[in-house]
Design a binder for this molecule. Structure first.
Ligand SMILES: [Zn+2]
Length: 445
């Protein structure tokens, strides 16, 4: 099925579909592919680029890919920036490119059940493509994920297991289920087909636009950046481009964490080292933005350009504004990837429009409060129940803040000590790890 068998980057052992080497656990890479001349490609769906993709006896497709590129016209601060509308894929996100391959692979391997961990759009896409392929699906997600996401998975007939606080908890459970029952494992950062599917974004871009000097991509756990770089490598190998554009990765701003935290060995997202190397190689950089700027940018895009995207997808617009401001990129030859549809985050907009409490994308209202509390304690901005309540704007009862603190302490995420009269809170090692995971994953998955 592979045009070029995946290889371990370190020991060069040939691999099947895992993103980590079965022998030495290093990164697995599909060798760069030299495709046909660009004039030979007639873009219809992602599968028009099949010469760059593994082949399957029965490809499962819902007409993914070939998403349009349009230019901003009515928001002067973005100039005439190009937007790649990845939210126009069948289930509203770029993940459909990955799941088309992943589910085709599961069918080829004659699996009956497919299991995957995610925090949203990957799981929705998994459920839809599995429905088309008549596979049983188990989506494993963290507890407190937004209902609108869980309901979409269920509408496509997927079973949903809610477990733990973060994506990593869900990932472990999915792994356990898959190995115990010989199910197909579709978790995004363990399966290399995810990268191969998503790389078609940049192959398409090269065919759609004459000159690209910079591309702005949400970072998340790194798989989208890695995929886009991979697509450009294939395009370069095929003689479609000479130089790979600068790649800019967008992530959420980190609050200042005390040096206690820096000394802790915090687990990094899966592809973070690779992402750093890609940014360095292409002369791009990482741009940090504030979470609340995303929703403002998303709503402006809806009002001025008629495009309805997820708040997290608007992170690239906030970053584009910063880059244009500093003259680091030129709008006319830069592209921002709009990764997900606003329809996948309807309840966040509903809360916003009705003046309810702000909600961080990807988290329920309860988890959002816990996330905010952890950030305050980590930055030592507020360490007492009362001061946390004040810092959060007194929008909920003091009692409910104490309830959250008790729950966090019961889970070993924070620890309290009694000073004079008050209880002072600090994060435990597990707390810092949890916060770091939440920051890295709120995101863009
Ligand atoms: Zn190896």
């Amino acid at each position: 099925m592979w045009k070029q068998q995946p290889l371990c980057t370190e020991c060069h052992k040939e691999q099947e579909s895992s993103l980590r080497c079965s022998k030495c656990n290093n990164l697995v890479f599909v060798p760069t592919i030299q495709g046909p001349h660009s004039s030979k490609i007639n873009l219809d769906t992602m599968w028009s680029l099949s010469e760059f993709l593994p082949s399957f006896t029965k490809p499962i497709s819902l007409f993914e890919g070939n998403t349009p590129v349009i230019k901003v016209e009515n928001i002067p601060k973005y100039g005439n920036l190009s937007l790649k509308l990845e939210f126009r894929n069948p289930t509203g996100s770029f993940r459909d490119r990955a799941l088309s391959l992943v589910v085709s692979d599961a069918i080829q391997k004659k699996k009956k059940t497919i299991v995957g961990a995610s925090t949203g759009s990957f799981g929705i896409s998994l459920a839809a493509y599995s429905a088309k392929a008549n596979l049983e699906t188990i989506n494993v997600v963290p507890q407190n994920l937004e209902l609108s996401k869980i309901e979409q998975m269920k509408i496509f007939g997927s079973k949903v297991i809610e477990i733990g606080d973060t994506y990593y908890d869900a990932k472990l459970k999915a792994q356990e289920l898959a190995s115990k029952s010989d199910h197909y494992l579709a978790t995004p950062d363990v399966n290399i087909l995810t990268i191969e599917g998503q790389k078609t974004i940049s192959l398409e871009l090269v065919l759609q636009l004459k000159n690209i000097t910079a591309i702005i991509v949400p970072r998340g756990a790194g798989s989208l950046i890695f995929s886009i770089f991979k697509g450009f490598l294939d395009a370069q190998e095929s003689g479609w481009i000479e130089k790979i554009p600068e790649i800019y990765a967008v992530s959420l701003e980190k609050s200042k964490v005390s040096h206690l935290a820096e000394s802790l060995n915090i687990e990094k997202p899966f592809l973070l080292e690779e992402v750093k190397e890609i940014l360095h190689k292409t002369k791009g950089s990482e741009i940090e933005i504030k979470a609340d700027e995303m929703i403002t940018a998303a709503m402006l895009l809806a009002k001025k350009e008629g495009l309805f995207i997820e708040p997290a997808s608007a992170s690239v617009l906030v970053a584009a504004e910063q880059l244009l401001d500093k003259n680091k990129i030129s709008a006319s030859s830069s592209v921002a990837i709009l990764s997900g549809s606003g329809f996948n985050a309807l309840n966040i907009y509903a809360a916003q429009m009705r003046g309810k409490k702000k909600v961080v994308w990807g988290l329920s209202e309860n988890s959002t409060t816990k996330f905010e509390i952890l950030n305050l304690i980590a930055a030592a901005k507020a360490v007492y129940g009362y001061s946390i309540w004040v810092s959060l704007g007194k929008v909920q009862s003091l009692q409910s803040i104490y309830q959250h603190l008790n729950e966090l302490e019961a889970r070993g995420i924070i620890i309290s000590s009694k000073t004079a009269k008050r209880k002072e809170f600090e994060l435990t090692t597990k707390g810092y790890e949890t916060l770091e995971k939440m920051r890295n994953l709120i995101d863009f998955i």
